[in-house]
Each structure stands twice: as structure tokens, then as C-alpha cells.
Design a protein around this ligand. Structure first.
Ligand code: PGA
Length: 261
């Protein structure tokens, strides 16, 4: 049998703006059943807010986790349209995706708001999945590592060391999201290693326990090569998480690759 890998890998679906209530529950059930035998990694699905509680209820007694796609730092009050981290936890989610590039690009998310959201999520025992990543022009200008480093710095700023060890980081190069153009495993590993080194400067050896996911056009046929890299601890998956068949295949391929490496 395999030894378990540290940190324990995580494959998280991000359904973005997809699905009716019944479609969401059906997809979650399908993923639950198709991944029931997978025990060496954590798996989660990321429905929209309207389906969050129903999906979580359906998955209650299974190992499949639920991730919200955003959340707000205030606990309650006059913040029309926002959803508090405590409400997300109450709905049954375990994770919350924060600072996704689509939120940064279309909804004015900043490093400062990401930091506040991460802190609030940890305060109610949610695991924040903090997304960072450079644009194509930043990569072309040779600024990928600097950009990612400053986003990570911004996101960590409000967190104590004890809080920081509980986060998940997702490196998602903006140019690879939904484009079919993924980073090569070597390109991804270079950035993941830099993220790990930056975390180590704050946390020393504890940085090895933090999961650093890769995201951006991860598919069943490229996940194994990504997971073969030392500092890639799982994936945040958009398009390929929208059918049971592709997400279950991706999780299984990714898990086998972790066991081999
Ligand atoms: P993609 O999306 O897998 O469709 O590229 C990933 C993400 O945005 O999290």
C-alpha cells in the first residue's frame, strides 16, 4: 500500500456560475458515488451559493467536502448581497475559495479584502483556499514570481502563524484559467517552490504542511504530470469539475500520481 503524502492532497471543484439546484445536487451525488473509494486525498465540490446548503446536506455523511466560492468578512449588518463566513459554515461548507482571479478582475477584489476574508474564514473554522496568480502580460514581462509573491504577502498579512498553517494556497496563472492553455508542470513547480520558500520564511518547517494547489485548465489527462511535481499538492478545477465523469477521472488520475510520487 501507498504511504500517505504530506501534505494530504486536495482536489477541489469550482463550479463558478453553473447549475440549477437539482443539477447541483445531482452532480454532487454523482461525484460522491464515483469517488467513494478514494481515501488518499481530500476531494471537494464548489457549488454556487443557492445550492450550497442542499449540496452539503446531501454529502453530510460522506468524505466529499463542500467549498463556497467567496464569502464576506463582516458577521452581520447592512451589507446587501453579501454572505458571511459563519453563514457558509452553517450551511455545511468546509472550504471557501477566496481571491479567485475572476473576483479580482470583475468584482474589484484586492489583496486587502482577500486578507480580511481569509482571517474571517479561519475565525469560523473554514479552510480558506486563497487564489493567487499572474496575468499573461505580467508573465511576459518576467514579473510572475514578483506578482505572486506580493499577492501572497498581502493575503498573509493579517494572519498569525497558527492561522497561516491552516490555509490552502491555489496558484492559478490567469492566462491558464478556462483557456485550455495550462502551465507546464515545470512552470507551475517553479512558482509553487517560490510560494513554499516564502511560506518557509514565516513558518520554517511548518510550511511543508501547507497545501499549494495548482489551477488553470487542469484536466484528467494533464493532472498526473502536475501532481508529479514536488510542491504541487492538488488542484483547483473549473471546467473539468462540471461532469461526474471528468472530475472523478481527474481525481483518480491525480491520486494515482500522488501515490506513485
Ligand atoms: P479551469 O478553472 O479549470 O476551467 O481553467 C480553474 C479555476 O478558475 O479555478
Amino acid at each position: 500500500m501507498s504511504q500517505s503524502r504530506v501534505p494530504r492532497p486536495l482536489f477541489c471543484g469550482n463550479w463558478k456560475l453553473w447549475g440549477s439546484l437539482s443539477e447541483s445536487v445531482a452532480l454532487a451525488k454523482g461525484v460522491r458515488d464515483a469517488t467513494a473509494g478514494v481515501t488518499a486525498v481530500d476531494v471537494a465540490v464548489g457549488p454556487g451559493f443557492v445550492a450550497l446548503a442542499a449540496v452539503a446536506e446531501k454529502l453530510q455523511s460522506s468524505a466529499l467536502g463542500v467549498a463556497a466560492q467567496d464569502g464576506y468578512w463582516e458577521v452581520k449588518g447592512a451589507f446587501t448581497g453579501e454572505v458571511a463566513m459563519a453563514q457558509i459554515a452553517d450551511a455545511g461548507a468546509r472550504y471557501v475559495i477566496i481571491g479567485h482571479s475572476e473576483r479580482r478582475q470583475f468584482f474589484a477584489e484586492t489583496d486587502a479584502s482577500v486578507a480580511r476574508k481569509a482571517k474571517a474564514a479561519l475565525g469560523v473554522h473554514l479552510t480558506p483556499i486563497i487564489c493567487i496568480g499572474e496575468t499573461l502580460s505580467e508573465r511576459d514581462a518576467g514579473q510572475a514570481l514578483a506578482r505572486v509573491s506580493s499577492q501572497l504577502d498581502g493575503a498573509m498579512r493579517e494572519l498569525s502563524d497558527a492561522e497561516l498553517v491552516r490555509v490552502v494556497i491555489a496558484y492559478e496563472p490567469v492566462w491558464a484559467i478556462g483557456t485550455g492553455r495550462n502551465a507546464t508542470p515545470e512552470q507551475a513547480q517553479e512558482v509553487h517552490a517560490a510560494i513554499r520558500a516564502q511560506l518557509s520564511r514565516r513558518l520554517q518547517g511548518k510550511a511543508q504542511e501547507i497545501r499549494i494547489l495548482y489551477g488553470g485548465s487542469v484536466k484528467p489527462d494533464n493532472v498526473a504530470s502536475l501532481m508529479g511535481q514536488k510542491d504541487i499538492d492538488g488542484a483547483l478545477v473549473g471546467g473539468a469539475s462540471l461532469t461526474v465523469e471528468s472530475f472523478a477521472k481527474l481525481v483518480k488520475e491525480g491520486t494515482s500520481a500522488c501515490i506513485r510520487s
